[in-house]
Structure formats: structure tokens, C-alpha cells
Design a protein around this ligand. Structure first.
Ligand SMILES: C[S@@+](CC[C@H](N)C(=O)[O-])C[C@H]1O[C@@H](n2cnc3c(N)ncnc32)[C@H](O)[C@@H]1O
Length: 208
């Protein structure tokens, strides 16, 4: 699993790495653009909304939303990623913070129409994901939704099939979403639906 320093070092080449993996339709980034576009189109249903992006990286999705008039807050622990993203979005509120420690006080005081996170929350264990999502639910404005685009599978069996097909590149330190498991853990707290998009990625939509 990459540390803060690892992400700092990756920041300048990040967009290119993603593009190569995506264009080859390979794990981990197969479907990347469609996943981000799906979330973009959902958030765009409300004009000039408030959006929190967790682990925004170079700001590919965040910046598209920013340019379309949304008020952006974001959390990321890589100072280098923040530099790149902030240079694109001078008025966005981008906070340097490690989400394994929960949420910074600054965002706890706010409410958001949408909370988005792409390719970041697989750094949390499955247990920690559930606790973090419960914390995020408290930040939603009325009818707000959480959109998680990530390496994700309908079942554990689908994950294992992908792992066996990509053994050389598989990152054993990351915890990918398994819809049938996370939806069972979140049952009773919120609604959760999954839209598979590529052989290794999709979008989870979570609402109260
Ligand atoms: C693979 S990149 C995804 C960037 C962007 N969301 C995208 O879809 O292209 C993961 C991002 O999450 C951030 N990140 C990873 N672990 C984090 C943590 N514990 N706290 C805050 N940010 C973290 C990294 O710094 C990086 O910018």
C-alpha cells in the first residue's frame, strides 16, 4: 500500500499511469473514465451543489465539477497531489488530512449534496470502510448521496477471478470493495446500490 510519500512521488506521473492502464482495459484502472463520468453525471443533477471529494489526487473529477460551478471541498494526505489539484482549482477548499484518522473538524461542520471518492477508499480495511461511510452519512445534506468509484466486485468470487487473472500486478495490501459484503454490513444504516462498469471497477451509490 502506498504511503503519503509514495503518493507524493507518484503525483507527477499519476494521470499518465492511469491512462495507460485504462486504455489497455487492465486491472486496476479499467473503466476509470466511465466510472468518473458516471459520478460526474450524477452530481450534475443539482446545479451549483456542495461536494466533498475524498482522496481527490490530481483532481481529475474534482476539477471537472469545479469548472461546472460546484463548490468543492476535498481531503487528501499527499501535499504534492494537493499542489497539482489546487493549481487547477484556486477556490476549492483542499485539506491535507489522513482519512484513516477519520474526518477533519473543518468538514464535520458542513453538509454536502454529494460526497465522492474515486480509487481512494480501498486503502481502508473493510471494517474501517463501514465506519468511515457511517461518518460520511452524517455529512449529507437532505437527499444527499455518497458516490464511490473504485476497484469493486459484485461478489468475492468475482474478485478472486480478477486476482487470479492479474496475479503479477495484484496489490495484496489493498482492500477492494465487494458489493454483497459491504451492502450486508451497511444494511439497516443506509441504502447501497452497485453499478459494475468494467471487469474490475464500478460505482457504489449510498444514501440514507
Ligand atoms: C489512486 S489516487 C486517486 C485519485 C483520484 N481520486 C482519481 O480518481 O484519480 C488515491 C488518492 O488518495 C489519496 N490517499 C490515499 N490514502 C489516503 C489517506 N489515508 N488519507 C488521505 N488521502 C489518501 C492519495 O494521496 C491519492 O491522491
Amino acid at each position: 500500500m502506498l504511503s503519503k510519500t509514495g503518493f507524493d512521488l507518484w503525483a507527477n506521473d499519476y494521470d499518465q499511469t492511469v491512462q495507460l492502464s485504462e486504455e489497455s482495459d487492465l486491472y486496476p484502472f479499467a473503466g476509470y473514465r466511465e466510472i468518473l463520468n458516471t459520478i460526474f453525471n450524477e452530481v450534475m443533477q443539482i446545479n451549483h451543489s456542495t461536494v466533498l471529494d475524498i482522496g481527490f489526487g490530481t483532481g481529475v473529477l474534482t476539477n471537472k465539477l469545479y469548472e461546472n460551478g460546484h463548490q468543492m471541498d476535498g481531503i487528501d494526505f499527499s501535499a504534492k497531489m494537493i499542489d497539482i489539484a489546487q493549481s487547477k482549482m484556486p477556490d476549492a477548499n483542499l485539506i491535507e488530512y489522513d482519512f484513516t484518522k477519520g474526518l477533519p473538524n473543518e468538514v464535520k461542520e458542513k453538509k454536502f449534496n454529494s460526497i465522492v471518492s474515486t480509487y481512494a477508499l480501498h486503502h481502508l480495511t473493510d471494517e474501517a470502510k463501514v465506519e468511515f461511510i457511517k461518518d460520511l452519512l452524517d455529512l449529507l445534506a437532505e437527499n444527499g448521496k455518497i458516490y464511490i468509484g473504485d476497484i469493486a466486485f459484485e461478489t468475492r468470487e468475482d474478485l478472486e477471478t480478477c486476482r487470479n487473472n492479474h496475479l503479477q500486478h495484484w496489490d495484496e495490501d489493498e482492500f477492494y470493495f465487494v458489493y454483497e459484503e459491504i451492502s450486508a454490513s451497511l444494511k439497516g444504516f443506509c441504502k447501497c446500490v452497485f453499478h459494475p462498469i468494467s471487469h474490475c471497477g464500478g460505482v457504489l451509490i449510498i444514501s440514507k
